[in-house]
Design a protein around this ligand. Structure first.
Ligand code: GLA
Length: 719
């Protein structure tokens, strides 16, 4: 081929690089995404290295940044679109490169002169986090409407040695259930059409290579920052590598673009690491921390919550609520959050959503006396809302039945007895803004728990339009949140969705905490929080100390275990503190005190997770150099060994020595740690140990009853 030579685009992070090859008149070819290459890295032009196989097209078509159907690509297409049946096949005819930040961030302007459309693909590699951000826009340059059925937000290459994909399934009360699939020549695909991020299908996954572990080896991860419908697929390609596409799942008609119109996909954040799952998690945590938009610019120490839900459910009675606030303040609570049940007509989950003013039957003087009481006790006041929803039994629905998402001629389908408001309808959004603003103006509310407790169905835009409204609904909630935050910049917001049904990087542009799960059984939470931690840092994870037995599982655990599990996130208490014995209240206060002493460490720096033998699951928090580590080892089941094997801590520096100290005795409240001299010393004064020994052989593990936590500090003493 007498074609002009290709140019290359390289982006380099600290530990990763990507390389694109840009032959003229086509979309750039994906050449590499993986561990850091030298700055000077170059490759021979791809086609020059590949002889044509038999019975193939005469022009070789490798994976590009926009593989597209109909002009020689036979794999999954990054774009599926047509214009009234025409222009169903797309191919890029020109590519213009626009650098935003040289070497770090660029936009590829890709034109298809035949199908008359333009694709703008933004790619940035952040050298600090090694996180690659990709986002794709499409513009209809033709005369007729272009129906876009699928547009990948990103297409990523994965090397042939990719073997397994770790994604997350789940349901209410059981989020982040790890699902491991083996990649093969069959297509791997996950989809979600519930109209929210979902409990069932987290929009992202991790791909591992042989020999990779939590601590080492090459792994890849990607996440679609989007709170609505989504899909992702990984497909084997004939050159032995894989392509990974992630994007929004568009309902029919949602991608219909009139001439000149534009559609922008959500962002994909992706990263690879040679440090295994923990290295990858550290990259995502760094990236999310840089994106979080805190009131005042920086994160304050995460205040201990008391949430009223499991203490009272809907039965709010002012004297009781105030008494709980007083008891909460005594154990060290810093933020008192009044959950569901406070607003007009809300006596159970069948009525009230939409009527966002105080139920004066329950609170004859409104919420001001309670909020003042809470403030006088030195706590912040927070309030639960579920703005996107409406109960048919509400003044709002009676006044505006047409504001609910619905399809003319079809029954209204309720979920938890509620419907979803069409908040893309400006009067509905204005109503919510005004109602919420009025609350935020009239009460000293520093915190909103923003819930969303059902999936979307019959999500058509009302008012005669009748077209699918999933996508605009998500954009409208972002807009409403942004508008409220602008008007009330001091307020923090938690994203809740029947527990963890709306946890993603896009929601976290507007919010500051997520409610990980309605299940606060500490044993269940060990698993849930572990999955969560692959993408999200601990300081944004709402995690509460509940009662024993746990309301959602009926299982009972010691206060120590419940507290240890909960304090590895953003700690809260969700029980009626008044009902605890004086001793238990004192112990709860002591655990809250420990959280306050340790939260700076837990909420900054790096997290390492792993599994030991004999049912041990651990998590450690510390600086990336591992100078000072706070280690939590959870025993999730009774020991099945006469001697529990020591726990290897691979993140420690093999050349250093550490002072190791057990911070809390494990005895009491049903828990038992069997005595041994090493552990007496560990608890009393600490023991000095070699990093190499701790990494290779391991830290001796106590013999203890199940559902206990061994908490240890490891501090570098030399060199
Ligand atoms: C959802 C939340 C709970 C609680 C209830 C209130 O289920 O996840 O924490 O706020 O709603 O109805």
């Amino acid at each position: 081929h007498a074609r002009p030579p290709a140019t290359f685009i390289a982006l380099h992070g600290t530990h990763s690089s990507l390389l694109l090859e840009c032959p003229p008149h086509e979309a750039p070819l994906w050449r590499y995404w993986g561990p850091r290459l030298p700055d000077s890295a170059a490759a021979p032009a791809l086609r020059a290295t590949r002889a044509l196989p038999s019975f193939m097209l005469d022009f070789d078509q490798p994976l590009t940044v926009l593989p597209s159907f109909g002009v020689g690509w036979f794999g999954q297409s990054a774009l599926l679109a047509h214009r009234n049946g025409q222009d169903f096949a797309q191919a890029i005819t020109a590519c213009e490169i626009e650098w935003l930040t040289p070497g770090q961030s660029l936009v590829l302007h890709l034109n298809d002169a035949v199908a008359q459309l333009r694709i703008d693909l933004r790619l940035s590699l952040d050298p600090a986090s090694d996180v690659l951000t990709l986002q794709t826009g499409i513009t209809n340059l033709g005369a007729g409407a272009l129906d876009v059925q699928w547009l990948a937000a990103a297409t990523l290459p994965l090397p042939g040695q990719a073997t397994q994909v770790r994604s997350y399934a789940g349901q209410h009360n059981h989020e982040f259930m790890l699902q491991t699939d083996t990649l093969s020549r069959s297509l791997w695909r996950r989809e979600n059409r519930r109209g929210r991020t979902s409990h069932d299908c987290f929009p992202g996954a991790v791909v591992t290579t042989p020999g990779s572990t939590e601590h080492s080896g090459l792994v890849f991860g990607a996440h679609l920052a989007w709170s609505g419908n989504h899909q992702q697929s990984i497909e084997w390609l004939h050159d032995g590598q894989y392509q990974w596409q992630l994007g929004e799942w568009l309902a029919p008609g949602e991608g219909l673009l009139q001439p000149g119109e534009h559609l922008l996909t959500p962002e994909v954040v992706a990263s690879c690491s040679m440090q295994g799952l923990n290295g990858l998690a550290a990259n995502f945590h760094r990236e999310l921390r840089a994106r979080l938009n805190w009131p005042g610019g920086t994160m304050r120490p995460r205040p201990v919550h008391l949430n009223t839900w499991e203490a009272f459910y809907f039965d709010l009675e002012p004297t009781d609520v105030m008494a709980l606030a007083s008891a909460a303040a005594e154990v060290g609570i810093e933020r008192f959050v009044l959950d569901d049940g406070w607003f007009q007509g809300r006596h159970n989950d069948r009525a009230g959503l939409g009527d966002w003013w105080t139920d004066t039957g329950k609170f004859p003087d409104g919420l001001a006396p309670l909020a003042s009481h809470v403030n006088a006790l030195g706590m912040e006041f927070g309030l639960w809302v579920e703005p996107e929803m409406v109960n048919p039994d509400s003044d709002l629905f009676r006044a505006h039945p047409d504001w609910a998402l619905q399809i003319a001629g079809r029954a209204l389908i309720t979920g938890r007895h509620q419907l979803v408001l069409n908040i893309a309808h400006p009067p509905a959004a204005d109503y919510l803004f005004e109602k919420l603003s009025a609350l935020l103006h009239s009460l000293p509310i520093r915190y909103l728990k923003w819930d969303h407790n059902r999936d979307l169905t019959t999500a058509a835009l009302a008012g005669g339009v009748g077209t699918a409204g999933y996508r605009v609904q998500v954009l409208a909630v972002y807009a409403l949140l942004a508008r409220l935050r602008e008007a009330h910049p001091g307020v923090e917001i938690e994203s809740c969705s029947g527990g963890g049904g709306r946890i993603d990087f896009a929601m976290l542009r507007h919010t500051h905490r997520v409610w990980g799960s309605d299940c606060i059984d500490a044993l269940s939470r060990v698993d849930i929080q572990r999955g969560f931690g692959q993408f999200f840092p601990p300081e944004i994870l709402g995690s509460h100390i509940g009662t024993a037995p746990a309301h959602t599982t009926g299982r009972s655990q010691s206060l120590a275990f419940r507290a240890a599990v909960a304090m590895t996130g953003h700690l809260g208490v969700e029980l009626d503190v008044r009902l605890l014995s004086a001793t238990m209240r004192e112990q709860l206060g002591a655990w809250i005190g420990r959280y306050k002493a340790w939260r700076e460490q837990i909420h900054h720096g790096q997290v390492w997770r792993g599994e030991g033998a004999d049912s041990l699951v651990w998590q450690a928090h510390g600086d990336p150099e591992a100078n000072n580590i706070l280690l939590f080892v959870f025993r999730t089941a009774p020991s099945s060994h006469r001697y529990t094997p020591p726990l290897q801590l691979p993140m420690l520096d093999a050349r250093a020595r550490y002072r190791v100290q057990q911070l809390v005795a494990m005895d009491g409240d049903g828990a038992l740690q069997s005595p041994a001299p090493f552990f007496s010393e560990l608890l009393a004064s600490g023991v000095d140990m070699d990093g190499a020994w701790l990494a290779q052989t391991g830290l001796p593990m106590p013999r203890a009853t199940a559902e206990t936590c061994f908490i240890v500090r490891l501090q570098r003493i030399e060199p």
